[in-house]
Design a protein around this ligand. Sequence first.
Ligand code: EPU
Length: 418
Amino acid sequence: MEKIVIEGGNRLEGEVIISGAKNSVLPLMASTILTSGVNSFTNVPDLDDVRTMSKLLVMLGAKVEYDSGNLEIDSTAINNWIAPYELVRTMRASVLVLGPLTARFGKTRVSFPGGCAIGERPIDQHLKGLELLGSKIIIEEGYIETKAKKLTGSIIPFDISTVTGTENMMLASVLAQGETILLNAACEPEVVDLANALNKMGANISGAGTDIITIKGVSKLKPIKNYEVMPDRIESGTLMVAAVLLSGDLLLKNCIFEHNGAVIGKLIEVGAEISKVSDGVRVKGTDKFKSIDFTTLPYPGFPTDMQAQLMTLMSVSKGLSIISETIFPQRYLHAGELRRMGAEIKLVGNSAVVRGVKHLSGAPIMASDLRASASLVLAGLIANGRTDISRVYHLDRGYDRLDKKLEQVGAKIWRDKE
Ligand code: EPU
């Protein structure tokens, strides 16, 4: 196993190219189940989660090839509808095959994902949606079984805003008979990316990006060619925080300013200078930043996937910060590790109170989930001395060589054997 080692304190300056979005490419990969033929995608990030989704598609009968950002999925021979526990437990996004497999085969058997490190993550809304589309749902031996002769369009009112729930229902209903209307749909840019791709495949989806999405069923989808995955707004946000923390000056190429509105707004409040430039976003830090309060919310609110990274920034900001986590109330595993580095953090229910300290000090620490590991990398960058972060496989699930990108712009960061 590998660990990441960081000698803190180096200023960051230069350009970073933002990779394709993890949370966009995973549903895009699942969408190929609805086609028969060779699909291709560009700007595909090099991630463990992409490898896991590839394994799952191969297990279903697809042929998958990845080469430097280009991904080809031949879905012609998909003939299996079982997503086993071994794969689903390593990546919850595997549940995205539930909708398309039911649409293609009228049945599926997908392992129930269960809880995970960031807290309880039910999928009741996915199941309710499939039932409304006419599928039977049976839960047996830890698996969800769906059965439907033909899915039929329906009104699906989500009780809460769910990203993969919305995506799963789009994937399930594009080939259904008649019209489906998703109410209280998630508005995340990744949902829009999926709708755009499905429309290119021949689907008829309107309203993506708003909370009402209408899907008029079509009889067939054709494979998609060279679809470019949108840039990762969470990688962008993480690097923005790095620039602010290290009083740096970073040009984030390909970063879409509008996708990061809530994060940019908060970083400006902290004291950063952020501007939209022709090829991305430029972020300049100052040597004094102040504490702010923030609450995680569905898009366009402040993303839960940036909560841990901003907590690291608040750990060394001037003043007191109150963070409220409304999406995953227990997503605070990083707080304990940040405390080991000298941060003053108190957890109260789903809130964290962070009193900024003058400096963090390097320590051996352990990553617990994807975004928590990013927050620890950021902490290592600002800490005095050396930080050793173990279990970095969490980072590799969802960041495309974050350590290499940071090294390129001046960080002293490298990998070693644990
Ligand atoms: N929820 C339910 N029932 C459902 C579905 C969701 O109660 O059937 C609840 C969840 O427990 C949570 C809220 O609804 O409280 C929102 O969860 P959502 O379904 O939107 O999360 P998700 O689709 O499972 C995606 C991202 C996550 C990201 C969340 C929130 C993917 C593959 N994953 O998860 O990304 O945190 O949306 O924005 O798109 C990450 O990248 O680190 C990550 C965890």
